[in-house]
Design a protein around this ligand. Structure first.
Ligand code: ADP
Ligand code: MG
Ligand code: ZN
Length: 515
């Protein structure tokens, strides 16, 4: 099969995403007061309403409506005041009512957009993209403006657990169990226009959407646990042609990488079908990461098959201006605005600012660490967070909230680093100890005798000693083998037990050797 770049030379890929997000941060389900909780004992969070027992009537969850309105406002949607719930009728064993409550033609949120910045290697694909706003002529970085069709509200189904097969799949299983806990969990589905042009854009869009939802605090957005799931629709058209080709849909992509790789594979597969004179069938396909291929799941149903009709148990909505105003007032600072502020107020580099702003916990920690502290500290604080702290959290598999590091402690450490009181290598050790003990950096440095040696006199003496002990190397260095400087630095550093100020050591060595 051809590779993605060569396919994209002849064909334009057209991609649209459907993103399902469970509102996991709410106390209760969409139409009843059962709790929303991942991993609870099976069938312990159910009641007559969510199971659909006779006579049980639904009551909409106000907090869920607030959440979807927040999502709409954060993605530049128009909020529709007059909207209602519909029933979508079909049988599925984990959906005991044989219907799913969803929305009709008018959803709570309509006609939005998100702008996605594409840079790096992915920006090279820009040559295949028309209509993007170029950010940087040299690197090819650009902004893709992705329109959002709608965000509607629906309820989730339960879960089937297939026992006895491989990887929990139904094929080969000896029996299946039903867990209804998830049934009725409020779900918002965002649908994009077919505006994405490359798998990388799709990945970046999903990432930005996830950052936005996490900033809003409406979901834990865990792709692993299934609270954020994405379907990728993709078709090809010859370059220069306006009409869309027939699309296929990749269901339930559960990681950014799978979304990207599945779309890339599907683009290449469709190109092969079309180039050999075949036609693409409109169907739902499944991406199998282990086998690196997609296979057909089913030919798609049409909307009519579901017999949509307005839900007679749920009155139409007429949201008040006041309600929408109240929700708008709750909008937090969104990732783009945060990034801008980190650049403007703290002088951070755009990529550093973007990485910080994209992580809710890191950004809040940064703000707390910088509160009433000199701007000078911003760069070392940001670098420590994104490099050393992130590495520590990763290695110990904990979150920022779980470690004993404090924002004040971090900014103190950044200050010590800036003053060259300690080396960056020492800072890493101090940070680990801070995270574990919660002690202040100075306390730790004193306790472990880690202060960086910046005493010119003392280091100068050590430099002279080392050079005297290695006369042959000094001759080689002065004869042009200047790479030996590393050897000398290493020797002096060892003599200081790793506590020498590397900058000072370098300076003094050069003074002796070149002087
Ligand atoms: P369906 O009814 O099959 O679910 P929709 O029209 O609702 O299709 O669109 C679903 C998703 O597919 C949307 O994100 C939309 O942007 C995208 N889409 C629609 N047509 C195409 C196409 N020809 N190629 C790629 N994506 C498409
Ligand atoms: Mg669809
Ligand atoms: Zn219930």
């Amino acid at each position: 099969m051809k590779d993605l770049l060569s396919v994209l030379r002849d064909w334009e890929a057209v991609i649209g995403l459907e993103v399902h997000t469970e509102l996991t941060t709410l106390n209760s389900k969409m139409f009843c007061s059962c709790p929303v909780e991942f991993g609870a004992a099976p069938n312990t969070h159910v009641c007559p309403v969510c199971l659909g027992l006779p006579g049980a009537l639904p009551v909409p969850n106000k907090a869920a409506i607030e959440s979807i309105v927040l999502a709409g406002l954060a993605t530049n949607c128009d909020i529709e005041k007059q909207t209602m719930f519909y029933r979508k009728n079909y049988f599925y064993p984990d959906m005991s009512r044989n219907l799913q409550v969803t929305q009709g033609p008018v959803a709570f949120c309509m006609r939005g957009h998100l702008d996605v910045e594409v840079s790096g290697i992915a920006a090279k694909e820009r040559q295949f993209y028309e209509g993007a706003t170029l950010l940087d002529e040299q690197t090819g970085a650009y902004v893709a403006h992705i329109n959002i069709t709608r965000i509607h509200m629906e309820e989730d189904a339960g879960k089937l657990i297939h026992v006895g097969g491989t990887d929990g799949r139904i094929s080969g299983a000896s029996y299946s169990l039903v867990d209804y806990n998830r049934i009725g969990t409020p779900l918002i589905e965002l649908v994009t226009e077919p505006d994405l042009r490359t798998p990388e854009e799709a990945r970046l869009f999903l990432q930005k959407l996830r950052q936005t939802y996490l900033t809003l605090g409406i979901s834990d957005c865990s792709m692993e646990e299934g609270s954020l799931r994405c379907d990728g629709n993709v078709s090809l058209r010859p370059r220069g042609v306006k009409e869309f080709g027939t699309k296929t849909e990749l269901k339930n992509m559960n990681s950014f990488k799978n979304l990207h790789d599945g779309l890339a594979y599907e683009i290449c597969r469709q190109a092969e079908v079309l180039e050999s004179g075949g036609t693409v069938r409109q169907e739902t396909r499944h991406w199998e990461p282990a086998e690196k291929r997609t296979f057909s799941m089913r030919v798609k149903e049409t909307a009519d098959d579901y017999r949509y009709f307005p839900d007679p148990d749920l009155a139409p909505f007429d949201l008040s201006d006041e309600f929408i105003q109240q929700v708008r007032a709750r909008l937090p600072e969104l990732p783009d605005a945060k990034k801008r502020r980190f650049i403007d107020a703290f002088g951070l580099a755009p990529d550093v600012a973007g990485s910080l702003a994209g992580d809710v916990a890191m950004a809040a920690f940064f703000d707390a660490a910088m509160s009433e502290r000199p701007v000078l500290l911003a760069k070392p604080v940001a670098n420590l967070l994104l490099n050393e702290v992130a590495a520590y959290l990763n290695a110990s598999d904990v979150s920022l909230a779980e470690v004993r590091l404090t924002p004040l402690g971090l900014s103190e450490l950044a200050g010590l680093l800036l003053e060259e009181y300690i080396s960056s290598k020492q800072a890493k050790q101090v940070l680990t100890l801070m995270a574990e003990s919660g002690e202040a950096p100075l306390q730790i440095i004193e306790k472990h005798g880690m202060k960086q040696v910046s005493d010119t006199g003392a280091i100068d003496a050590l430099v002279a000693e080392i050079l005297a002990a290695n006369p042959d190397k000094v001759v080689e260095y002065q004869g042009g083998k200047t790479g030996l400087i590393g050897f000398f630095v290493g020797q002096v550093m060892q003599a200081t037990k790793g506590q020498g100020n590397p900058k000072l050591i370098n300076e003094l060595l050069h003074k002796h050797l070149d002087g």
